[in-house]
Write a protein that binds this ligand. Structure first.
Ligand code: 13P
Ligand code: 13P
Ligand code: MG
Ligand code: MG
Length: 369
C-alpha cells in the first residue's frame, strides 16, 4: 500500500566515554550526517541512552529492508572509526561482524521495526534502555496491554475489550508463539515471567474473529551474548509502542515505569537491579555502571515526519520512581557478589566467571562423608 510507513529503530553501542556511561557527541554527529546524506529515509532522529546510540528512522521500504539496514550499519561503522580514533571504551563493541551481510539482525545491533498505515493522529513512544536485556520489556508490555489495573482503557474503552495478541519468542529454542489475551493471560505469564528466555516480540490488536489486526508494539529481541557466544556487553533493548484511539493512552503506556521493576544487566551485565526511568540528560549510568536506565521519546507522526521528540520521563511525576529505584539499588548493592543480586549461574555462562571457576576445577575432591 502506497501510504504504508515503516518506523525502524536500530541501536548499537559503538564506543563510550567514559567507560560504559555515554555516547560522545562526535559519534552522534557522525551518524546524523550519515543518515542525512541518504535519500532512503522520510525522517530520522539520532539520540543516545547511556552508551547506546539510537537511530530512529521513518521510510517507505518495509521492515527488514536491506538498504535501510545497511544504512544503519554504515552509520555505526563510521561512528566506530571515530570512536577508535578517540580511543573511546569498547569502540565497535556491538558490531560483531567486519562487514554488512543483508540484514543487521545477527550482526550485533538491536532492531525494533513496524510497518503501519499512519492514522489521522499517530502518537508513538520509543522506549530505549541501557544496562539490561530485551526481557526487561515483558513486565511493562504486559501491564500496558493486559492489566486493567494499569490501563483504564481495557475497562473503559469498548474498542479495547477484545484484547490483544502477544507474539513471544523463545530465544533459546529459536521458536515463537502467539497468545490471545485476555483468554490466554495465564499461559502467557507462565512464559514471559522468565524474561531471560521468553521475550515479547510484538503485540497486535485483535480482530473480531480472533486474528491479528493492526500492530501496536514491537520490541528488539537480540541477545548480544548469545549471538557472540561470549560476553560482549548487554543488549540494551528498544521498543516502539503506538498509542491512543483504541490503543492504550500515552499515560497508560508510561504508567508501568512508575514502579521500577527488577531487570538483569547492570555491572558487567551480571546483576539484577531496578530499572530507573529518567530523562535523556540523566541517562548516564555511573553508579556500579547503572542502575539500568529506561528513557522514552514521544513523537507525533505527520506523513512520515517525526514531530518531536518529547522527553517523556522528564516529568517530576517520575521523581518517586527514581527515588524508589535508588533505594532498591542501595538494598541490592549490599548483597555484593551474592545471588539474587548477582545473576544465577546459568545466566553467568557468557561472562568471565566460568574462567574463574575453571581455574579451580582440579582442586575439587569427591565428598566422601
Ligand atoms: P574490562 O575487563 O575490559 O574492564 O571489561 C569490564 C567491563 O567493561 C565492565 O564494565
Ligand atoms: P553496556 O552493555 O552498556 O556496554 O555495558 C557493559 C558493561 O559491562 C557494564 O558494566
Ligand atoms: Mg558499552
Ligand atoms: Mg549500553
Amino acid at each position: 500500500m502506497s501510504n504504508d510507513l515503516t518506523l525502524s529503530v536500530i541501536k548499537a553501542d559503538v564506543g563510550s566515554h567514559v567507560g560504559h556511561t555515554s555516547v560522545h557527541p562526535r559519534l552522534i554527529a557522525c551518524a546524523q550526517s550519515h543518515l542525512a546524506e541518504s535519500d532512503l529515509l522520510d525522517d530520522f532522529h539520532v539520540t543516545a541512552v547511556g552508551d547506546d546510540m539510537e537511530l530512529i528512522m521513518t521510510h517507505k521500504h518495509g521492515v527488514d529492508n536491506e538498504e535501510v539496514h545497511e544504512l544503519a550499519w554504515d552509520a555505526f561503522f563510521a561512528a566506530t572509526e571515530i570512536a577508535k580514533d578517540l580511543k573511546l571504551y569498547g569502540a565497535g563493541q556491538d558490531l560483531l561482524a567486519d562487514a554488512f551481510s543483508g540484514n543487521v539482525k545477527g550482526l550485533g545491533p538491536g532492531i525494533a521495526e513496524m510497518q503501519i498505515v499512519e492514522r489521522p493522529s499517530e502518537p508513538v513512544i520509543i522506549f530505549m534502555a541501557d544496562k539490561t536485556e530485551p526481557g526487561a520489556w515483558n513486565l511493562p508490555l504486559f501491564k500496558i496491554f493486559a492489566d486493567p489495573f494499569n490501563t483504564a482503557g481495557l475497562v473503559l474503552d469498548p474498542s479495547m475489550h477484545d484484547g490483544f495478541i502477544f507474539e513471544v519468542y523463545d530465544l533459546i529454542e529459536g521458536k515463537k508463539i502467539d497468545f490471545s489475551v485476555p483468554e490466554e493471560m495465564y499461559d502467557l505469564l507462565a512464559f514471559i515471567g522468565a524474561p531471560s528466555r521468553f521475550v515479547i516480540r510484538s503485540i497486535y490488536r485483535k480482530e473480531g474473529d480472533g486474528s491479528r489486526g493492526d500492530i501496536a508494539a514491537s520490541a528488539s529481541t537480540q541477545r548480544l551474548n548469545i549471538t557472540a557466544g561470549e560476553y560482549v556487553g548487554k543488549d540494551d533493548p528498544v521498543c516502539i509502542v503506538r498509542c491512543q484511539s483504541g490503543l492504550p493512552a500515552v499515560g497508560e503506556v508510561l504508567e508501568p515505569f512508575a514502579n521500577p521493576h527488577l531487570v538483569s544487566g547492570w555491572m558487567r551485565g551480571s546483576h539484577n537491579g531496578p530499572i530507573m526511568p529518567t530523562s535523556l540528560e540523566s541517562a548516564v549510568p555511573t553508579r556500579f555502571d547503572g542502575p539500568p536506565r529506561v528513557c522514552s521519546l514521544g513523537f507525533q507522526l505527520r506523513n512520515g515526519e517525526l514531530l518531536g521528540p518529547k522527553d517523556m520521563f522528564d516529568d517530576v511525576a517520575f521523581d518517586e520512581a527514581r527515588k524508589k529505584a535508588n533505594k532498591i539499588a542501595n538494598y541490592m548493592r549490599e548483597m555484593g557478589p551474592f545471588e539474587p543480586h548477582r545473576l544465577p549461574l546459568d545466566e553467568m555462562e557468557y561472562t568471565t566467571l566460568p574462567q574463574v571457576m575453571e581455574r579451580l576445577q582440579d582442586r575439587f575432591k569427591p565428598i566422601d562423608d
